[in-house]
Structure formats: C-alpha cells, structure tokens
Ligand binder design. Structure first.
Ligand SMILES: [Zn+2]
Length: 345
C-alpha cells in the first residue's frame, strides 16, 4: 500500500522532566459528571493492575480465534508490553489504538480491555475481515503501577497504588517520538522498533486524559481531539487524520454524554500525534478524555462516578472507527467540522 518514509531524525533533545499540562481550567462549571471535590475518595483499586491486565488478555486470547498477543518489549522495571493483534488479511487497512502513554491516564486502558472483550462476543462479526486492528494497552506500565524511581507521596489517590504520568526514569513517554530509537526510553524504543517499524499501520488513535474542568460553549467537555499539527506531516496523512477525527467526533458528539472540544496542542514532533504521523505516514488523532485517575495536582483528578461514561467513550471510539475503516466510510468523511470546532477553554 503506502510507502514508508525514510527516517529522518535531526536532533534529539533529551527531556528529562516533562512539563505539566497547560490546559486552562475554569472553576464552578456545571457538568455531566461529578468531579473530585476533595471529599470523595479516589480508589485506584478498581483499575486493572498490570498483572490483572495480562491475565485478562491471555484469557481473551484463549477464547478468541483471531486475537493474537505479542510481547513487544519491556518497561524499565521489566514489565512485559503487550500488542493485541487482530490480523485477517495483510492487504486490509489497519488501525492502532494506543493507551496510557501517561500512566495516570488509566480509563483509556479500561476502555481498550472492554473493546477487546466486545470483539470476542461476535458483535463486530464480519467487520474484522475488512480491517486489521492493533491495540497497545497500558503502554506506560511502570507509571500505571506507580513503580517508579521517584516519590509519589503527594499524589491524591487513596490506597497503596498511585499512578503517574512518567515512566520509572521520570521521562514523559509522549515526548520521545522524535528521537533516534537508540536514544529513546525502553518503552518508546520497543514501540517504534517492534510495532511502528514492523507493522503496516494506516491509522492511530492515541488515548489520553486531560484535566477535568475544560469546557466548550459553557459546558464541560467529555474530551477533546486534535489531528497532527507538525509542519512535517504529509498533506495526505493530515487529511486522513482529519477524516478519522470526523468519525470520532460524530460517534461521540451524537451521544447524550458526549461533548468534545478541540485540544490546544503543540506542533513538536516529540509528541506521538505529530512524530508518529511525520515519521511513518500514519494518520493520527489524539483523544484526551476528561479527568485523570491520580495526580498531585487535585483539579486534574476525576471523581470515579464518571468512570462509566469515560470508559464508554473510549469503547465507542474504538468500535466506530473500526467500522468506518472496515466499510471505507472513513475515506469520505466530511472534515469541515474542524474549521468550526472551538478550542476547549
Ligand atoms: Zn496524556
């Protein structure tokens, strides 16, 4: 199908300590889901541990004919990184769903596991013959488990398990994507060498969580989306990204709980949305879900009563984009909404 670009990596800047999100937030808005108020307890025990996730995936692999698991690398602390593959025909278009580059952005992984479970129920029967699906859940496994070489004692969640944005070496894995692979952290290097450089991927959605208080049109958003904004992305790849984003927007905005804004994101190639699009000609969309599982900065943390619709938002996104890629409707999606969609505030 399409030809991959020859890698052209110029400078590689080592970003040791990543910066906080710069998303502005407003106080006092009335929204769809409750937020953390400082009184509600934040239980991380409802989230899959890495070990539980591996058990779940292996269980699903045993039940599902098409599903094949691959360990494509290890985290700094030696946790296996998993690629879940649904490959039916090499000539099919393909999509990769990547979750939890930031370890404290956890409901994206819960959504990915639900999605994998759904694929085993026959609900998407026939669709998987037309599209190859790849899922990398809990990419930052050490951050997700709070097994890191720095202190998390000021994080707000209750209990023994804290979740953090960074990998065990305190690197932000979503600021690695413009480096030569030799200079990358182990998780990013494995993803580039053993997934992006090995599989022919056409589309990618990179799932994250943002702060909980962003709004569009005076209403709290359930999430925000953005296509690549790097000057180094091929025009056709950018158009594909915008069309993929149109499928996501229509699928979510039509739901009662869905309300999306445009994410205000940078243009640097160290970010996955940009770097992966520029480097491998993969059409990418960033999807930022509302609120995080844990943080030292309280206004980013989402009350767990909102978990249900946020997980559903991830599952719906995965299902509807897979359908649109399978039936080819992603090829003709109307991208004009990008011109009128307001940035979240
Ligand atoms: Zn993130």
């Amino acid at each position: 199908m399409k030809k991959k670009k020859v890698l052209n990596v110029t400078t590689s800047i080592v970003l040791g300590m990543g910066v906080l999100f710069t998303t502005p937030f407003t106080v006092g808005a009335v929204g769809e889901g409750p937020g953390y108020t400082g009184n509600e307890s934040i239980q991380t025990s409802i989230l899959h541990t890495h070990e539980e996730m591996v058990d779940f995936l292996q269980n699903q692999e045993a039940k599902q004919d098409v599903l094949e698991l691959e360990v494509f690398g290890q985290s700094v602390k030696g946790r296996d990184l998993y690629l879940a593959k649904y490959e039916t025909d090499p000539s099919n278009p393909s999509v990769l769903f990547l979750t939890q580059q930031h370890g404290n952005e956890a409901l994206t992984t819960e959504g990915a596991l639900d999605f994998i479970k759904q694929l085993g129920t026959g609900k998407m029967k026939g669709i998987l013959d037309q599209v190859n699906v790849y899922v990398v859940p809990m990419f930052n496994a050490d951050g997700a488990m709070g097994d890191v070489n720095f202190s998390l004692e000021d994080y707000v969640a209750d209990g023994d398990r804290h979740l953090t944005r960074y990998n065990a070496n305190h690197y932000d894995l979503n600021r690695e994507h413009d480096k030569t692979t030799e200079d990358m952290q182990p998780e990013a290097r494995a993803l580039h060498e053993n997934v992006f450089q090995k599989y022919d991927i056409d589309y990618m959605i990179d799932f994250h969580h943002q702060g909980r208080n962003s709004e569009r049109d005076g209403k709290l958003v359930s999430g925000s989306i953005l296509h690549p904004t790097t000057p180094n992305v091929d025009e056709e790849v950018l158009e594909g990204s915008k069309r993929l984003g149109a499928i996501v927007f229509d699928a979510i905005q039509s739901k009662g709980w869905g309300h999306l804004g445009k994410y205000r994101g940078g243009s640097s190639d160290n970010i996955g949305r940009n770097g992966i699009a520029a480097r491998y000609d993969i059409s990418t969309v960033l999807f930022e879900m509302r609120g995080m599982a844990d943080h030292y900065y309280e206004p980013y943390v989402l009350g767990q009563k909102s978990n249900g619709y946020i997980i559903k938002q991830a599952v719906t996104t995965m299902e509807e984009t897979v359908r649109a890629i399978a039936d080819g409707s992603v090829e003709t999606a109307d991208t004009s909404f990008w011109d009128t969609l307001d940035y979240q505030q």
